[in-house]
Design a binder for this molecule. Structure first.
Ligand SMILES: *Cc1c(COP(=O)(O)O)cnc(C)c1O
Length: 222
């Protein structure tokens, strides 16, 4: 058995039944994704629009593509024909653009709101207050997006207690928003948190979706 297939099977066997694995394949060639595909993986996460579009063209059509990186508004149109879930919605403007492009293709695109919980300035996302403000605005005309939950990244550090407390804050925001804004919407159900070095903690803190790259495909060559 080759490495990628073996890694996927190991990780999958360790995940609770309610946790979805997004195989983060950015910077890896289509052949590597194909190995994962042949091992049964169907959900892949990419972070650059151009790279994603190129891979989508050559890989099997039953792959569920997730966009996990920073998304510029002018790139939304490129991925709108096929993208399943966008994890990185960090403004109303971006949400409106996704809605507009999805409508052109008669699609509904699932989106997650990205929340800034890490201490690093460089991490993207809405603050909890910005997120509440976004949800307080009138979204009723956005019929081509479905808000499916939240996404966040913890600080990149060896201090696992800090990582845990950031995941815990994100999880508590998720439950607050679910109760307040999405009480009758079962589709608001995903908490996308956890990467190769911290997904075990993320799962303990309530993650339903882990985004794992390095532990599956190895180190990325930038
Ligand atoms: C690259 C990336 C990942 C995967 O990181 P690994 O450490 O390789 O598992 C997860 N989430 C986001 C948003 C990423 O950009």
């Amino acid at each position: 058995m080759n490495n990628i297939a073996e890694h996927i099977q190991k990780i999958k066997a360790s995940l609770p039944a309610n946790v979805t694995l997004v195989a983060v394949s950015k910077f890896h060639p289509a052949e590597a994704l194909m190995e994962a595909y042949e091992a049964g993986q169907r959900i892949f996460g990419e972070s650059r629009a151009q790279e994603l579009v190129a891979k989508e063209k050559v890989l099997p059509k039953d792959i569920e593509w997730h966009f996990i990186g920073t998304l510029q508004t002018n790139k939304v149109k490129d991925i709108a024909p096929f993208i399943h879930t966008i994890h990185s919605i960090d403004s109303l403007k971006l949400l409106q653009e996704v809605n507009k492009q999805a409508e052109k293709h008669g699609r509904i695109i699932r989106v997650l709101l990205e929340i800034h919980v890490a201490e690093e300035e460089t991490k993207h996302g809405l603050t909890p207050d910005e997120c509440r403000t976004l949800l307080d605005s009138d979204l009723s005309n956005l019929r081509h997006v479905q808000i499916g939950g939240l996404m966040g990244m913890a600080t990149f550090t060896d201090d696992m207690e800090r990582v845990r407390s950031e995941f815990r804050r994100l999880s508590s925001l998720f439950h607050e928003l679910k109760e307040h804004y999405f009480a009758n919407q079962p589709e608001f159900k995903d908490l996308s948190m956890g990467m190769s070095h911290d997904y075990h903690i993320a799962i303990e803190e309530g993650s339903t979706m882990v985004r794992i790259g390095t532990d599956i495909f190895g180190e990325r060559q930038y």
